[in-house]
Write a protein that binds this ligand. Structure first.
Ligand code: ATP
Length: 551
């Protein structure tokens, strides 16, 4: 320690300054008096000035900056040095306080605050490298070398993956700079995320999503925004896939889906037909294609696989336990039409011959000539027909006008009557749209998918509607001597409805009073019977190409 004999602040072993005179005892009244306080303040001030003078003598001018202050510790105890520094601090604090109170700006001189090593958000040269390294380490499981790159050179700066700056940039990287990210992730990460990235980088996503605007280097995305973006990306991917799936699966107006094409190819390979030539017609529920082999032609009915077209069909199937699941219904319509055609073909009714059915596709014989489909009664130009011809056409639909020989059996072509009496079926959608006029003016009935068994509780109501459709059409085209609806109804059903009374009212009443009456001869459950017949037919045809049977 330096010589400090002249130092007036030197203390003795009892903690008192040498030569210091003990303070006189002061009464409480004196302590509380104003003169005493003023006196004390004066003394403190004098003492301070004395101290400052002493310091200036020993250390020079106190206004010297901290860096330039000659720390001459000679002659001072540690405590004195500390005290000197304390006073220096107090003075500067007073100055700071004076400035702070005179202005609205608060000054916090940073030399009094410990410097933190935490990174601010300011961009520096190392930012890109740091961002890339952080991303690499977090998502590509960096090796030790990469980890070293995480820290820029300089003072020990530590960052974690939770650092907002790092994670923000990482998020932006993942969202915008996909190519880099994908490359890194290829090695390790799960396919789900990869799919998402591929989707994001795909043009389809970019078309719909305003975000992938290129490599937005140095931008940040906070976690909340990033997570929402990713969730959106995922749901968008799913939506896209669903949409694509639907488009792929749905049978469109003018085309067939891939499943149908595959099945058609299979049938060509099996020799059912040689080629599929194109679309004959597109209906509300189906597209009908033309196919042929060297001997004959076929009509291929491809049911649409979208539900919307089938919504109006619920009235036909709501009482049938087989059709509870609407999706299943789509497949069943083709099978149902095949069953009904089988029933009718067995009785030699004039209808397409059923040939093959699979999923939503039905193959049947083609009604027409030289690849030209027979026109629907609706589309025939009846002006070219004389009355007898029109009458003859009508009779085919309803009455016994013509007998022809099929397989050495006498067959008469009364579609409505024989459908009911011999096949136990009511067409339920009979009209000029579902009757084709084949060469030789032979009427054929088509579109029997909704035709119902006589056990259906509302079959008589549907029959009444069919009768009205047919009579009003032939009435319109001038067919002579048409029966009344009641007459035709009684002819078909052998029931005895009263003439000159509303047929539908009578039918409703009859149905109400005879709920338990089964109009069919076979009293077994209709669905069971259909299935039984269908299975018998399949069994009979097993091993034989159905096409051969009908050729
Ligand atoms: N076996 C066939 N031979 C020739 N043409 C046919 C045959 N089957 C159907 N067509 C033609 O295809 C069209 C549509 O057939 P169909 O009526 O069975 O389908 P749909 O979808 O039920 O039509 P819609 O309910 O709109 O009348 C018919 O109007 C007919 O022109």
């Amino acid at each position: 320690m330096a010589n400090c004999d002249n130092n007036p602040w030197k203390k003795n072993a009892w903690g008192k300054k040498e030569g210091e005179v003990e303070e006189p005892i002061v009464s409480f009244v004196d302590v509380m008096s104003e003169e005493f306080i003023e006196d004390m303040s004066l003394q403190e001030k004098l003492e301070d000035e004395r101290y400052i003078k002493h310091i200036e003598q020993v250390y020079g001018d106190s206004s010297t900056s901290e860096e330039q202050l000659p720390i001459n510790t000679e002659g001072m105890t540690d405590e004195e040095v500390a005290l000197a520094l304390q006073r220096q601090f107090d003075r500067e604090y007073d100055v700071a306080l004076a400035v702070a109170t005179s202005s609205s700006v608060h000054i916090a001189p940073d030399r009094y605050h410990p410097k933190t090593l935490q990174e601010t958000d300011s961009e520096d040269e190392d930012d890109d490298a740091l961002r890339q390294a952080a991303t690499n380490m977090l998502y590509a499981k960096l090796d030790a070398d990469d980890a070293a790159r995480l820290r820029p050179e300089g003072p020990s700066t530590s960052r974690t993956k939770h650092d907002t700056g790092v994670s923000g940039r990482r998020n932006a990287d993942k969202t915008f700079n996909v190519s880099f990210y994908t490359k890194r992730r290829d090695r390790t990460l799960n396919t789900k995320i990869l799919k998402l990235q591929r989707y994001i980088s795909s043009s389809s996503f970019q078309d719909r999503n305003p975000l992938p605007t290129g490599d937005m280097v140095n931008d940040k995305l906070n976690n909340k925004v990033y997570n929402r973006l990713m969730a959106f990306g995922k749901s968008e991917t799913k939506r896209q896939m669903r949409h694509k799936d639907k488009e792929e699966k749905a049978t469109m107006e003018t085309s067939v889906d891939s499943d149908t094409r595959l099945l058609l190819l299979k049938w060509i390979n099996q020799g059912v037909f040689d080629s599929v030539n194109g679309i004959i017609a597109t209906g509300k529920e189906s597209a009908v294609l033309h196919a042929q082999n060297s001997v004959t032609s076929f009509a291929i009915k491809v049911y649409k696989t979208t539900l919307s077209e089938f919504k109006n069909r619920s009235e036909y199937v709501k009482d049938d336990f087989r059709f509870k699941n609407p999706r299943a219904v789509l497949k069943i319509w083709a099978e149902r039409e095949h069953m009904n055609l089988s029933r009718m073909a067995k009785k030699h009714l004039p209808c397409p011959q059923p040939i093959e059915v699979r999923k939503n596709i039905l193959v049947m014989s083609f009604i027409g000539d030289s690849g030209l489909a027979a026109p629907r009664l609706k589309n025939v130009d009846w002006d070219f027909f004389i009355d007898e011809e029109v009458k003859e056409v009508y009779d085919q639909v309803q009455a016994a006008s013509e007998l022809i020989i099929v397989n050495k059996k006498l067959i008469n072509f009364q579609i409505m009557i024989r459908m009911y009496k011999e096949c136990d079926l009511v067409h339920a959608d009979l009209s000029e749209f579902n009757l084709l006029l084949a060469p030789g003016n032979k009427v054929h009935v088509i579109d029997v998918s909704q035709a119902m068994d006589l056990s259906h509780p509302r079959c008589l109501q549907f029959l009444t509607r069919d009768i009205h459709n047919i009579l009003s059409f032939f009435n319109k085209i001038g067919s002579p001597n048409l029966p009344t609806d009641v007459t035709l109804f009684n002819m078909i059903t052998d029931l005895e409805m009263v003439e000159n009374e509303d047929l539908l009212v009578q039918v409703e009443q009859f149905s109400e009073e005879n709920r338990s009456v089964d109009l069919r001869h076979d009293k077994s459950r209709p669905a069971d019977m259909e299935l039984k017949k269908y299975n018998e037919e399949k069994k009979a045809n097993r091993g034989v190409s159905p096409a051969r049977e009908y050729n």
